[in-house]
Write a protein of this length. Structure first.
Length: 234
C-alpha cells in the first residue's frame, strides 16, 4: 500500500471510529483484498467513495463518486453497475445514482457495491447529518484512555477557534510534536497530503478555519488511526 493510500485509509477508518482490518474500510479497502485469482485486472487495492466522510444539514444533498484503483494506484474503469444503500435511511438516504440526502441529525453509513469481474467489491462513506455548529471547538488527545483525539469527528462555525490540547506523548508512545491538516471544500474530498503543520510541543495549538469545508488532521506520526480526526467547518 502506498503512503498516500495508507494515509487516506487511516483517515477514513478514524472518521468512522472503526478498527479497519484487511477486509473492511470506510471509503477504502486495503490492498490485502484481492479478487479474480492471478488476473491483474481483478487485483485491486482500493474501492473508494468520494467523499468518504461528509457532513450535511437535514434537507441538504450531496453527490457521491465511486473510484476503483489497481494495486499500483492506477484508476480502473467503473463496472457497469454500482448500487448504493444506507444503513440508516431515517438519518440519511441515498439514491440509485449516489445522491445523499440528510433527513435527521445522526450518522448513517453509505455502502456502494460494484461488480468487478467475478467479484463483488464494496466501499463505504460515513454521513454525518449535523445540527447547529458551535462557535468554538476544543479537541483533547486521550492518551490515558487510548481513544485518540476526542471528539474524533466534530464541527465548528467558519471563523471559530479550534484548539488542540495534548500530552507530550500519545497513545502509541510517540511524541506529540505537531498537528498536520488537510482541507477539502464542502462536498469535495482530500486529494493531497499535508497542507499545514502546527507546533504542538507546548501542549496546545489553535487555528481558525475561515472557509466552510472538511478538515482532516493527524498528529504523533500519523501512523495509527487514533492519530486522525475530522472537523466539519460550517
Amino acid at each position: 500500500m502506498t503512503k498516500r493510500f495508507r494515509t487516506l485509509f487511516l483517515m477514513a477508518c478514524a472518521a468512522a471510529s472503526l478498527g479497519c482490518g484487511s477486509d473492511q474500510g470506510v471509503g477504502l479497502e486495503s490492498d490485502d483484498h484481492k479478487t479474480g485469482g492471478g488476473d491483474p485486472t481483478h487485483s485491486l487495492a482500493v474501492v473508494q467513495i468520494k467523499p468518504y466522510i461528509l457532513g450535511v444539514s437535514p434537507g441538504d444533498t450531496l453527490q457521491l463518486t465511486v473510484v476503483i484503483y489497481y494495486k499500483d494506484g492506477r484508476p480502473m474503469s467503473l463496472p457497469g453497475s454500482v448500487t448504493y444503500a444506507s444503513d440508516a435511511p431515517e438519518i440519511a438516504t441515498v439514491s440509485s445514482t449516489g445522491l445523499v440526502t440528510g433527513v435527521a441529525v445522526g450518522v448513517a453509513r453509505i455502502t456502494a457495491t460494484a461488480v468487478v469481474g467475478p467479484a463483488t467489491q464494496k466501499g463505504f462513506a460515513q454521513t454525518h447529518v449535523l445540527g447547529p455548529a458551535p462557535d468554538e471547538l476544543e479537541l483533547t488527545a486521550d492518551a490515558e484512555g487510548g481513544k485518540g483525539w476526542q471528539p474524533a469527528v466534530s464541527q465548528v462555525k467558519a471563523g471559530g477557534v479550534v484548539q488542540w490540547t495534548a500530552e507530550p506523548t500519545n497513545w502509541s508512545g510517540r511524541p506529540h510534536t505537531s498537528v498536520s491538516f488537510w482541507y477539502a471544500p464542502h462536498g469535495s474530498y482530500f486529494d493531497r497530503e499535508g497542507d499545514l503543520d502546527f507546533d504542538l510541543t507546548g501542549g496546545s495549538t489553535t487555528y481558525i478555519f475561515e472557509t466552510p469545508g472538511t478538515v482532516g488532521y493527524c498528529s504523533g506520526g500519523c501512523n495509527d488511526q487514533r492519530d486522525f480526526g475530522t472537523i466539519f467547518v460550517r
